[in-house]
Design a binder for this molecule. Structure first.
Ligand code: GTP
Ligand code: ZN
Length: 311
């Protein structure tokens, strides 16, 4: 019996890196269905497993360790089946561009809120700093100022010119990090700048698109310097689904949550209630207007039933 980490999931087999650094192709033996979740894959990248090697140099996965967290994507809006994209994440890097393409603050805030709900720390990586106009740079600095104050570490990088990469690399050591962000923000370019030369990616992964319930999602972890791993999965808008009461949404906006202690009503949703400390803080510019707008946006979508199906 051997222990290891699942670093690749092709749909039909798994690649497991054992404690003594061997890479072994594995299949599943036994039933690993998670209680309450019908997933298309019982085991995901990032899972710690026990394996029983056989004589052909392959092995069976016989046990899976409890996960500290995992991210899932529903196979389709009609299907109840989910796909587990990755397990045991230590952190997430959200790659953001203020332009080319523009990442909206609503998108950033929704992502941050869902990561809070799943207790996955997020850092924001502002890419393409080489090509911003003066006006765009001012906006960039305002965003960095805002999110740093709320408590999210921010990095300025240019994947193209390879500036700011070293600092980013250091933040990956010893951790499993998920890379996420809109299409075109430069995830592939950035990952290629981070990975050691000999393992440049083939493009096999970025060509994948999730077309619906019959498409299998392939995930892979790439080892980085200092015993860390990075995971690139296309099209993640956030973690899981928001299945929560209106008054809970504010818990996932750090500064709104902090201020809400001073609201008159304990179940204040910070919209029309009298004595709302959050609305007052927005008016006085202690809480950013854009963050409050994102907060309202989630509440509105929740009411229309849109938010759940966003994932
Ligand atoms: N000016 C500039 N261009 C960049 C930078 N990083 C990436 N790009 C360009 O942006 C475009 C998109 O980059 P990708 O790395 O393919 O973006 P991606 O996020 O992986 O996109 P998907 O694969 O669609 O998810 C390419 O033309 C890159 O050359 C940067 O730091 N500065
Ligand atoms: Zn309130």
């Amino acid at each position: 019996m051997n222990k290891g980490l699942v670093i690749k999931n092709t749909g039909s087999w798994y690649l497991v890196k054992t404690e003594d650094n061997q890479l072994i192709e594995c299949k599943i033996k036994g039933n690993f269905r998670l209680k309450g979740i019908r997933s298309t894959n019982p085991i995901a990248v990032g899972d710690y497993v026990k394996i029983a090697p056989n004589t052909e140099g392959t092995a069976f996965i016989t046990e899976i360790e409890d996960r500290k967290n995992y991210i899932i994507r529903r196979a389709s809006n009609l299907s109840k089946q989910s796909h587990i994209i990755a397990a045991n994440l230590d952190q997430c890097l959200l790659i953001v561009t203020v332009n080319y393409p523009e990442t909206s603050t609503i998108f950033i805030d929704r992502f941050l809120a869902s990561a809070e709900a799943y207790r996955v720390p997020v850092s924001l990586v502002f890419n393409k700093v080489d090509r911003y106009t003066e006006e765009e740079q001012h906006y960039l600095e305002a965003l960095i100022n805002l999110y740093t104050h709320i408590g999210y570490p921010c990095y300025r990088v240019s994947a193209l010119n390879q500036t700011g990469i070293q600092e980013l690399k250091e933040s990956l050591a010893g951790k499993v990090t998920l890379f996420s962000g809109h299409s075109g923000v430069g995830k592939s370019t950035l990952i290629n700048a981070i990975l050691p030369d000999q393992q440049l990616r083939t493009g096999e992964i970025s060509e994948y698109h999730n077309k619906g319930m019959h498409t299998t999602t392939f995930s892979e972890m790439f080892p980085v310097e200092g015993d860390g791993y990075i995971i690139d999965t296309p099209g993640i808008k956030g973690f899981g689904t928001f299945d929560m009461k209106d008054e809970e949404v504010g818990h996932y906006f750090k500064e709104i949550f902090e201020m809400s202690a001073q609201c008159k009503y304990g179940n204040c949703t910070h919209r029309h209630e009298p004595g709302c400390a959050v609305r007052e803080a927005v008016e006085k510019h202690y809480i950013s207007e854009s963050r409050y707008t994102s907060y309202l946006n989630i509440l509105e979508d929740k009411e229309e039933g849109k938010y759940r199906s966003a994932y």
